[in-house]
Ligand binder design. Structure first.
Ligand SMILES: [Zn+2]
Length: 345
């Protein structure tokens, strides 16, 4: 990465992109979309050859085939928590859960994580039962490639027939080494999370939003590689602050309340102190006791009961992103020389 004038940054070409579905085997939009893209792959390749352009290699991945077959989130353990530095680099054993073995296979295919060989961009497709619209979820609020990609999708929404679905950028403030999800294997990466859709169900509107979303991601990569300059500006980012669990019985650990009707389906609507949070099974309203108004998301996500998360809360911020463009060939060569001499030191 080089930075010429203050507000213009340039990055290497994004030559290798991975689009992954089925990381959670019952999140069906991504499963069916990747299958569909695999069917279309041959035609696309042929067309690219005819157009005689330098092709972007798009690797399509069905991440957790066993869980997909059983239409479950996972078989032994949540695959999308198996990509920490420690998990990937621990010594393998016969008793490892299936997903741990699979995460190492995926790391070999798309990574290794943190190495120059890793995919330039990993887009991992997910669904949520929460009413979240289309979200980018990333570990960084300064990955300018991911933020520009997000902005491109937002802009396309106004100018083209992208389905009318709210879009947000969620930032999980986790150190690179601790990042645990499949998208963290790429040099740049994000999860595209779309809902509401029940797990084990595919809804046409949600599937279409994902399909168009992925098309626009690949379109942006093409524009970027072709030398388009993307102007900087402000982007709204939701930074995760904390998770809140359901109220639970101290002895049985069973939950004793559900999300309050006034909060259900109201992801990204500001939650103020004393707003209704839960309704107990005996009918009592429990209120939000935090001091700071925050934005709820993953409200009543089905898969998070087992994780002890009833909802997550985020702070909304404006992030100024610089203009970006692809490096020229000379810049890239100079950069590679610099990289080599750094390595030699
Ligand atoms: Zn998922």
């Amino acid at each position: 990465m080089c930075s010429s004038p203050v507000t213009m940054m340039c990055f290497p070409r994004l030559s290798r992109v991975a689009v992954c579905g089925g990381t959670h085997g019952n999140e069906l939009s991504g499963v069916y979309l990747v299958r569909e893209l695999l069917k279309a792959e041959k035609k696309v390749k042929k067309k690219k050859e005819e157009e005689d352009e330098e092709p972007v290699s798009v690797q399509l991945v069905l991440s957790n085939p066993r869980a997909m077959q059983q239409c479950r989130r996972y078989v032994d353990t949540d695959l999308n928590r198996c990509f920490t530095h420690a998990a990937l680099n621990g010594s393998p054993s016969d008793s490892d859960p299936y997903e741990m073995i699979r995460s190492r296979e995926l790391n070999a295919m798309l990574g290794p994580k943190g190495s120059p060989k890793a995919m330039d961009l990993v887009c991992d497709l997910h669904n949520t039962t929460a009413n979240m619209g289309l979200c980018f979820i990333a570990y960084s609020d300064s990955d300018w490639v991911c933020l520009h990609l997000f902005r491109h999708l937002q802009a396309r929404q106004y100018t083209q027939r992208i389905p009318d679905i709210p879009m947000r950028y969620i930032h999980f403030n986790v150190a690179r080494k601790e990042s645990y999800s499949l998208d963290s294997v790429g040099k740049h990466g994000f999860a595209m999370e779309i809902g509401p859709q029940p797990h084990g169900v595919v809804r046409s509107n949600i599937y279409t939003a994902m399909k168009v979303g992925v098309q626009h991601v690949l379109e942006w990569v093409h524009f970027f590689n072709s030398g388009t300059v993307f102007e900087g500006g402000l982007v709204e980012v939701f930074t995760m602050v904390k998770h809140i669990d359901y109220p639970r019985d101290k002895e049985t650990h069973n939950i004793t309340a559900a999300i309050h009707p006034q909060l259900q389906d109201r992801d990204f609507c500001l939650l103020r102190p004393e707003d209704a949070l839960f309704q107990t099974f005996s009918g009592e309203t429990l209120r939000y006791k935090g001091k700071e108004p925050l934005y709820p998301f993953f409200v009543n996500e089905c898969a998070y009961y087992e994780k002890g998360i009833a909802l997550s809360l985020a702070r909304k911020r404006q992030v100024m992103i610089p203009s970006i463009r692809v490096q020229t060939e000379q810049e890239q060569q100079a950069n590679e020389r610099g990289f080599k001499s750094e390595e030699e030191e």
